[in-house]
Ligand binder design. Sequence first.
Ligand code: NOJ
Length: 554
Amino acid sequence: MTTPQHNPTAPARDWWRDAVIYQVYPRSFADGNGDGMGDLAGIRSRLPYLRDLGVDAVWLSPFYASPQADAGYDVADYRAIDPMFGTLADAEALIAEAHRLGLRIITDLVPNHCSDQHEWFRRALVEGPGSTARERFHFRKGRGENGEQPPNDWESLFGGPAWTRVPDGEWYLHLFAPEQPDFNWDHPAVHDEFRSILRFWLDLGVDGFRVDVAHGLVKAPGLPDMGHTGEQLKLLGNQPLPFFDQDGVHAIYRSWRTVLDEYDGERIAVAEAWTPTAERTALYLRPDELHQAFNFHYLGTSWDAAALREAIDASLDAMRPVGAPTTWVLSNHDVVRHRTRLGGDLARARAATLLMLALPGSAYLYQGEELGLPEVTDLPDEVRQDPSFFRDSGQDGLRDGCRVPLPWSGTEPPYGFGDGTGTGTGTGAGTGNGTGFGDGGSGSWLPQPADWAPLTVQAQTGDPASTLELYRTALNLRRTHPGLGAGDAVEWLDAPDGVLAFRRPGGLVCTVNATDAPARLPAPGRPILSSGHQLPVLDGDFILTPDTTIWWEE
Ligand code: NOJ
């Protein structure tokens, strides 16, 4: 192993407070060896694309050794790279290259559960009931005369019971798939192990962690019934649950913060935390805990001016007391892409993006949104891979549709996906099989639609009307006008119903028409970027076309 790759010369102070962080889903970003599966070499070869896009940091979804029962969120070895993604040397090279290009790297940490192939769990199975190996997980006897009922009424988030019985009769807890046993965070060995894992990656130079299921590590003492069988999924994030957002999680994050703070360059952690209120989420972001949390409330807000304004104010209000930046996100690997979710209209998706990028705090982008990719809603069942699809009524069961590999170039699937090294041998050309998809063979692990040629990076580059160029311009302006991400409040201006207008520091104004009718309002200055048509100013007024956001300089 070479020396740590962190770049201490990069400006550090609070870099994360207004950072734009781009999520790479390694399977689907770029394929360096042409086997149809994205990998670390592919990502590395495309880092200049991300630098030129103008993002500050890259969050990588898991690339660790894993049987891939949940696309890598089932980790068998937290210190090893899955061979399908490359080697530890590839990870080091990726981190070093990112730093050379001025990009920070955030890795995904999965502390709630591991894989059933993790050494600890395999040992727990072998050593049997009563063994110390079992204490690192939640093993229990079942209910019923012969222990044939699960120990409590908890359900897996992927559908079905949250318990699986092993041949010796005991049951183990898994809030997700049966292949993802939950760690028992009451056991000190689990704490020690994760502090050591943090250090392993920090020593390798990563700039931070995205903490998976950060709200789930500690369970209520005694694992009490939740009493709402069948309703669990509806209650998520709405009301207290015995397996989520227990007060005990905060001691874990305080201890992690001391580890992060031992390192130079302001290493950060961002929580995936579903809690009943934004105020509960803010508790994870007290000054001695984590740095940011995803704003799922904003992600779930409909395209409605009043609802958006309320969500924006509520998010900012909740974070202010703890001094943490608010974050904004529209898409990720678990939800329907925002272009499709907001109604299928590209104009609306672009308007939503410019609104998000004008808000104070940090913004998360999901790979492909800069190309205006829609959700792929008609994947044939036989190519689906998401475990929630196979477990009845689990999550939305449709997460594959936002995970389709990116189109980079060319006119047919796999659209340059396998050209990740620039010299890649990935041909795998889609042959047009009559289904509207590429062949999905060696071309890409999920088939890409046959009509994505106009959406490739190559096709959009240099076209000022393209979504890719809109993102490039917007991110570049965010750099030259730091006021866009600054502060912890927005100054709302008068606007007609269905329209948002607000001022940002540095004399920038953002106007958003969230209706499907044109709106007329006073021009706040000189337009510097529009997500849609630019209409001339008339007698001091301008016409804001439907589903359009414009940035202005006063
Ligand atoms: C949240 C991740 O984003 C999702 O993809 C995964 O299935 C679950 N956590 C379980 O790790």
